[in-house]
Structure formats: structure tokens, C-alpha cells
Write a protein that binds this ligand. Structure first.
Ligand code: ADP
Ligand code: ASP
Ligand code: MG
Length: 816
């Protein structure tokens, strides 16, 4: 025979009950002799709990009674033929009346005992099982309703009763004996004590009822039908990438469920384990999916852990003091005390110095635990041998679980690296000696981020999600979004990286969406739905969203964003930027940013600071990392100046060339911003610093292209007037160069720790002689590339290549 248990969501609606009927019918027809255990319809146990509480507080419950009636009657109307409906309505109505009377008693007494509460919530399972058995009776006359409180015998621990195995075994066996061919619908969750008072087996206890019947009746399998595809690697409500596990051992399932995987109630595993009856977790809404099998042996999967689970609300109590050292009975006394008072200790850690013990309990037990400790250890506390303990709240436990863990070194390293990298502080750690489980206590607000991060770290074959917050929607920002939208599927398929833009802002508006802003409609969306932009709120919101693998992109050229970088790194968020400001200000700030990023384990990538998308910063970094020594760097890093000198040949006038460059959009509105060389200076400064030199902007020897008069002009118009006057000066330069078969170039040089940028005339032997258009070029002369320098050359400006460079930086975040 088989036990089929259906949870609350499986009997929650007319549609789902139809699926249940199909599954039961099919099992019956296959001769599997099913015994069915049902929970209350979803939401009913919670509602009954609330009604009981309300009654005791003298609040009305009649509306809720009506609600219960409607919920069940609706199913009857839909699924039972009219001619059979009346007796079912009558019986349900009788039960509802009985419930109402009990609630009235509570109301009158203003008192709700655990015993009355159990009786009240037991109605949920009785309603649903009676009702569904009657629906089934139409198709199968063998269907009968069984109230399990007559067969499952327990102690009097109301709310969480313990099984009386012997008696229960006898009763269930005789039930089976007298109803051998019946199709039983058995209430989950409920039992009764010796006096016949109704008890409950703890929330989620219908699973346990199924295991009790299954083990006593020697079922071939206990099937737990629910609303997900089995036991998943993590809670699917928090970790979207969680996936279904085909096989788990009883131990693994026990550990996962004990630490919060609600899909199965932990005690369920015990009776099944003792008789080695497999438990299958199946999806009522996808009955063909095989789900998860829980059995004696685990399987060898490719992953080092099976899953990650969590308890979202936990309190910890820390006990410390000299009085504990070497006192062998101390922890015994502590935990016996807690056990005696029915306080469940979720987790314990003790430092090897024996100087302190930390343990975790449910928040509702914390104050009571503290009081018990104060009175039990009064003497030690008075003598200052123990420090008065305090309760720490708002914490969560996260546990990684799997039997393969003990065969795989480095598991805790991986766990802590993932948490550390995302700035999640670990308050306490416990590893069971079985090595099936490593648990950490973290702050509750970090839980969702931690679960996702740890999931990514252990199931690395799965895609990684980067959450991007992008500042600046000008040319580069909008081109980047276009590229991200185009590459989305490719990245996911080929690189297992998914990029979600969780925030975007320009100088006017900002918009957030943790699920990812649609990159095809971001612009209208930002315009229509964005809130008024404000950089400091943008940064605060980004931090408070607390997403894993988070990257801030600064696609602006403004000064303000750079003042937030340090703060952003401190929130364990990586930065990718094409903005040069932060790297080219004071050296102290340059260094501070790197130190802060390193300390927080995050990345700071700025390839596009120099030469747009050309690999320059990266090449320099690799040379340095591989132990090469930089002897000299020569470069032309201004596309605009490059363009101007490349076209300042034959009979062209310098004035005309500059005018044309401006008309083509190659220059800033004031061409002196390019020709003044400040931008070039910044790039050289960054390279020099990356090459290990501690230098300030004022240390750079910046040679001028323009004569003094042009630089001094008050407006752009005046500048052009002066430039026209300077034609002779430029023509002389050009002719001198031509006479010597040379060309004019504006070249930056780093040598002996000094940076100089100047106009030079180079002949055809120089690698920069043949530069064309607006290309950039850089040559690295190093210990290894001494004879022939390493040269990188190509387009060093433009939205497409710059956005491409930002994109490349982005996908490298966290790649080490
Ligand atoms: P039922 O009503 O069928 O007893 P429960 O609500 O008790 O169902 O348990 C199923 C729910 O458990 C799922 O809907 C899912 O949201 C949640 N859950 C939490 N952790 C896990 C996990 N690791 N695997 C599967 N489900 C989980
Ligand atoms: N109906 C009970 C509860 O909600 C038992 C169960 O569903 O397993 O806790
Ligand atoms: Mg359940």
C-alpha cells in the first residue's frame, strides 16, 4: 500500500481538489491501495488560530465562521452532484455549530487553554477530509472519512504532542483490519491523549501523520504531495534559482527541514527512517514530475552540498565567564534546564577556551530562557563568575547541508568567502560533528542576500546574476543598455551570467526594480515612472536593497559621484566606471579607494578611463602582476588631438582643422578642453599610478600645444580669433617637420617615475609616425618587452567602444 498526503494548497481550491482526485483515482486503479491523508484547506488553520485568539479577547468570530462555511460549501457545490449535496451540507453545518459553541465557551471564559486551542484548530482537517471523502464517494463507494484523533494517540503536550507508539500501532492496525478494502481519507495533524482530548502534532504535522500511518502499515512509499517540484536547493520564495533535488538521504532531509525548509515537517523522517520506507515529495500541480525521493542513502551528485536552508527569526543568548572554564557539568546543567522547560535549542557553539557558550532559540522562548538562567545560575552570577547574559534579536540562521560535504574540503571557506565578499557579518558558527551541516547566524536583514549569494557560490555551474545600478544615461549609458539588451541571451547561454539593471538614474530622474528594469523600455519607464533624482538617495536605496553581486556603474563625467565611491565600497558593492575624476584627483584618494575596495573584497574596474575600450589598464595590470617591470610608457591618448595633427598636413591650416574637428563633434564645446591636454594628463596620471608611482596632478609636466594668447582668450569666439592669428606659428612648425620628414605628435611619456606630455616631431622609425584618424596608441617598454615594445593601438573614443569597455569590465566583476 501507499500513503498519499496532500497539503493545504493541494486542497485549497476547486481546481486543486480536482487534481487530488485524479491522483488518488489513478493510484487506486493501479492497485496501489492508497491511504489518503489531507491537511486543512490552505489558510484554514491560520484562520482558526486567529478565531481562537479573538474569542479569548472577546472579539467577534461570527464573520469568520461564515467565511469558513462559504469556503467549504463552495467546493461542495462545485464538486458534488446536487442530489448528494444536502447531507454533506448538514454534516458540515453540524461541525461548524460545534466549533461555534466551543468558541463561545472561550469567549465566555476569556481564556484560551492550549487544550481548547488544539480542539478548535482540529476542525480544519476534519472539514477538509470529510468533504473530500464525500466528493470521492461519488466515483468510488469505498471512500470513507477517518478522524485520526481516534487512532493517533499522544501525550498531553498540546500544540506539539508526542506519539504513544504502542497504542497508536494497535489502533491503526485494527482500523486497517476492519476497513481492509476502504479508501480512507484520514485527517492529518491531529491526535488525542489518554483522556480522549484532541491534541495536535505541531504546525505542518500532517506530514508526520502520513509517516505514522505509512510506517505502521508498512507502506511501500509515503508520498507528500505539495505545491512545488519536491525539495529544492533553497526556499524558492527567496532564491529564484533554486532547483529540485532528485534524491536526499533521511539525514539530509532532516537537516534541511529542521533548518527551515518547510516543505516537509522534520519529525516525518523518523518513522520512515526506522522502517526504511522512502518518502517522495511530489507536486500536485505537476503530477508527472518525479519530485524528490528521500531514502536511506544519499546519491553522489556533482554538487558538494545538497541545499541551503534558513530560519528567518532567531534569538541568541551568550553565556560567558570564568566560572565555566573546566567545569565539566556546566553545559549539561544549562541544557538540561532548557530541555526540562521545553525550550528548543536550535543551535549551540562553544569556544574552545570554554570561556563562552552561545546558543540560539526561537524568539518567543528567549526571555523565558534568560529568566531560567538567571535563577539557575544565581550564585555564579552573584559571584561574578558568569556575566549576566543578554538576548540578541533580529537574527537568522543559514545552514548548508549535504552528506558529501564531509568528503569535500574547503566547504566552509567557500561559504565564508561568499558571505564576506557581500559584506555579510557572521555572528556565530556551528558545524555539526557529523559534518552534514554548517550553520551560521547572521542579521535578519541580510538573509535574502546571503541565501542568494551562497546559492551562487555552491551551485556555480548555474548562472550568476549581477545586479547593476547605473548612473548616467547619456551616450555611453544608453549604448550600454542597448548592448546589454542585445547580449542578454548570449551571456546567459554561453557565460551563465545574467545582468539585471536594478537601478538607473540621470540628473533628473531615478528608477529602481530588483527584478530588473526592462532594457527595451527603460527610457520611457524612467521618464514616466521615475522619481526625482538625487544622488545620495540613489546610493542609499542601492545599499538598502541589499542585493547580492551588486555593481555600481558611473557613466557620467561629473565630480559628484566620485565622492560616494568609498562609501559604496564599504557597502561591499563593486564599481565600474568610465569617469576619470576619482582616479586622477589627489593620490591619497586614489589609494584610499583601492584599499577600501580590497578590504571589502569588491572590484574597482575602470578600463575605459584610458583609451576607451582598448585594453590598456588591463594590460598594464597583467604586466605588473606577472612581475614584469615597466621601463617606459609612451602614448597618444587624445583622439581629438590625434585627429587634428593627423589632418594638419600639406596645405591645411591649423585653424581650419580645429574648426572642422569641432564641426564633426570630435571636440568639447570649447576645443581648449582637448587642446589644453588636461584630459590626456589625467589618463597618463592614472597609468603612472597604476604602474606604481605615487604622483600628483601637479607633478605632470604638461607641455602646451596652443600659444599663450589662445589659452587666455575669454570666449570660444575670441579663442578662434587668436587661433587664426597663430596660423603662422603652426605653419612654421609644420614646415620644419616636413623638411625633416617628420610629423607632429602630442605624446605622453612616463619614464623614471616622471610624466611629461609634449609636442614632438617624430620620423618614420617611430611607432607613432603612421597613426591615422583619431586612433590612440600606447607602447609599453618593459623588462620583457625591451627590444620591441608592446603596442596597443585602435579607436580610443566613441560611445560604442566605450560602452563596450564598460560592459567588459562589468562581466569581469567577481570573476576571480
Ligand atoms: P503543504 O501545504 O503542501 O504542506 P507547505 O506550505 O507546508 O506545503 O510547504 C511547501 C512550501 O515550502 C513551498 O511552497 C515552498 O514555498 C516552501 N519551501 C521552503 N523551503 C523549501 C525548499 N527547500 N524546497 C521546497 N520548498 C520549500
Ligand atoms: N493544517 C496544519 C497546519 O497548517 C497541518 C499541516 O498542514 O500539515 O499546520
Ligand atoms: Mg506542510
Amino acid at each position: 500500500m501507499k500513503v498519499l498526503k496532500f497539503g493545504g494548497t493541494s486542497v485549497g481550491t476547486v481546481e486543486s481538489i480536482k487534481s487530488v482526485l485524479e491522483i488518488v483515482k489513478s493510484s487506486y486503479e493501479k492497485g496501489e491501495k492508497p491511504l489518503v491523508v489531507l491537511s486543512a484547506m490552505s489558510g484554514v488553520t491560520n484562520l482558526l488560530t486567529l478565531m481562537a485568539k479573538n474569542a479569548a479577547e472577546r472579539k467577534s468570530f461570527s464573520e469568520d465562521i461564515k467565511l469558513l462555511e462559504e469556503k467549504h460549501f463552495e467546493v461542495v457545490k462545485q464538486l458534488i452532484a446536487i442530489k448528494y449535496q444536502n447531507p454533506v451540507f448538514t454534516k458540515l453545518k453540524l461541525m461548524l455549530n460545534e466549533l461555534e459553541e466551543i468558541l463561545q465557551g472561550v469567549y465566555a471564559l476569556k481564556e484560551l487553554s492550549l487544550q481548547s486551542k488544539d480542539l478548535i484548530i482540529s476542525f480544519g482537517e476534519r472539514f477538509s477530509n470529510y468533504m473530500v471523502s464525500k466528493i470521492m464517494e461519488q466515483y468510488n463507494p469505498e471512500a470513507i472519512f477517518v478522524d485520526a484523533s481516534h487512532y493517533v494517540k499522544t501525550d498531553s503536550n498540546f500544540g506539539n504532542a508526542h506519539l504513544n507508539e504502542e497504542l497508536t500501532t494497535q489502533l491503526i492496525n485494527s482500523l486497517k483490519h476492519s476497513h481492509a478494502d476502504k479508501l480512507m481519507f484520514v485527517t492529518g495533524f491531529i491526535g488525542s491523549n489518554d483522556a480522549g482530548r484532541v491534541t495536535t502534532l505541531g504546525r505542518g504535522g500532517s506530514d508526520y501523520t502520513a509517516a505514522i500511518f505509512g510506517s505502521i502499515l508498512d507502506a511501500t512509499v509515503i508520498e507528500i504531495w505539495t505545491d512545488v517540484n519536491g525539495m529544492l536547493t533553497a526556499d524558492p520564495r527567496i532564491v529564484k534559482k533554486a532547483f529540485s533535488l532528485p534524491v536526499l538521504s533521511y539525514t539530509e532531509a532532516m537537516e534541511l527541514s529542521y533548518f527551515g525548509a518547510k516543505v516537509i515537517y522534520p519529525p516525518t523522517m523518523i518513522p520512515a527512517f526506522l522502517k526504511r520506507i522512502p518518502i517522495a515529495i511530489r507536486n500536485t500541480f505537476e503530477p508527472d514530475f518525479p519530485g524528490t525521493i528521500i531514502q536511506f542513502e544519499t546519491d553522489c551528485t556533482q554538487y558538494p552540498i545538497k541545499g541551503i536552508s534558513s530560519i528567518s527569526d532567531i534569538s541568541i543568548i551568550n553565556l560567558s565567564g570564568s566560572g565555566m572554564i573546566g567545569k565539566s557539568g556546566f553545559s549539561g546543567r544549562l541544557f538540561t534546564l532548557l530541555a526540562r522547560e521545553q525550550i528548543n535549542v536550535v543551535l549551540i557553539t562553544q569556544s574552545s577556551s570554554e570561556h563562552s557558550i552561545t546558543f540560539a532559540v526561537n524568539p518567543s522562548d528567549a526571555e523565558r530562557a534568560l529568566k531560567l538562567i538567571s535563577s539557575e545560575f544565581e550564585l555564579e552570577l552573584d559571584a561574578n563568575k558568569l556575566v549576566m547574559p543578554e538576548v540578541e534579536q533580529h537574527l537568522s540562521v543559514l545552514a548548508i547541508v549535504g552528506e558529501n560535504m564531509k568528503r569535500t574540503p574547503g566547504m566552509s571557506g567557500r561559504l565564508f568567502a561568499a558571505l564576506g565578499r557581500n559584506g555579510i557579518n557572521v555572528r556565530a558558527i556551528a558545524q555539526g560533528s557529523s559534518e552534514f551541516n554548517i550553520s551560521v547566524i547572521i542579521s535578519k536583514e541580510d538573509l535574502a542576500k546571503a541565501l542568494n549569494t551562497v546559492h551562487d557560490a555552491f551551485f556555480a555551474e548555474l548562472k550568476k546574476t549581477l545586479y547593476v545600478f547605473n548612473l548616467g544615461t547619456g551616450n555611453i549609458g544608453s549604448t550600454l543598455f542597448k548592448q546589454l539588451a542585445e547580449q542578454h541571451d548570449f551571456l546567459l547561454d554561453k557565460n551563465d551570467i545574467e545582468i539585471k539593471v536594478a537601478g538607473v538614474a540621470n540628473s533628473r530622474k531615478m528608477l529602481f526594480d530588483a527584478e530588473g528594469i526592462d532594457l527595451n523600455t527603460w527610457s520611457e519607464n524612467l521618464e514616466d515612472n521615475g522619481q526625482v533624482a538625487d544622488l545620495s538617495s540613489f546610493v542609499e536605496k542601492m545599499k538598502s536593497m541589499n542585493l547580492p553581486n551588486c555593481v555600481f556603474i558611473d557613466n557620467t563625467a561629473s565630480k559628484l559621484p566620485a565622492t560616494y565611491y568609498e562609501d559604496i565600497f564599504k557597502a561591499n558593492i563593486s564599481i565600474v566606471t568610465c569617469n576619470k575624476i576619482a582616479n586622477s584627483g589627489e593620490y591619497a584618494n586614489y589609494k584610499l579607494l583601492r584599499d577600501t575596495a580590497r578590504k571589502h573584497g569588491v572590484d574597482f574596474f575602470y578600463e575605459t578611463n584610458v583609451g576607451a575600450g582598448l585594453p590598456i589598464v588591463r594590460v598594464l595590470k597583467d604586466l605588473m602582476l606577472s612581475g614584469d617591470r615597466i621601463l617606459k610608457i609612451e602614448a597618444i591618448l587624445s583622439g581629438t588631438i590625434s585627429y587634428i595633427f593627423n589632418n594638419f598636413v600639406a596645405d591645411a591650416s591649423f585653424y581650419d582643422v580645429v574648426k572642422k574637428a569641432q564641426a564633426l563633434g570630435y571636440t568639447e564645446p570649447d576645443p581648449r578642453d582637448d587642446l589644453g591636454g588636461v584630459d590626456f594628463m589625467r589618463k597618463m596620471l592614472i597609468l603612472a599610478r597604476d604602474a606604481g608611482h605615487k604622483i600628483e596632478p601637479s607633478d605632470v609636466d604638461l607641455g602646451a600645444i596652443l600659444p599663450e594668447s589662445c589659452l587666455k582668450a575669454d570666449s570660444v569666439d575670441e579663442f578662434y580669433t587668436e587661433l587664426l592669428k597663430a596660423d603662422q606659428y603652426f605653419n612654421d612648425l609644420k614646415e620644419r617637420a616636413a623638411a625633416e620628414n617628420r610629423v607632429i605628435r602630442y605624446i605622453g611619456k612616463l619614464e623614471d617615475g616622471k610624466v611629461a606630455i609634449s609636442m614632438q616631431m617624430v620620423d618614420e622609425r617611430h611607432p607613432f609616425y603612421a597613426l591615422s584618424g583619431s586612433d590612440n596608441i600606447i607602447s609599453f617598454t618593459t623588462e620583457r618587452y625591451k627590444e620591441r615594445p608592446l603596442v596597443v593601438k585602435g579607436p580610443g573614443a566613441g560611445a560604442e567602444v566605450t560602452a563596450g569597455g564598460v560592459f567588459a569590465d562589468l562581466v569581469n566583476v567577481g570573476a576571480k
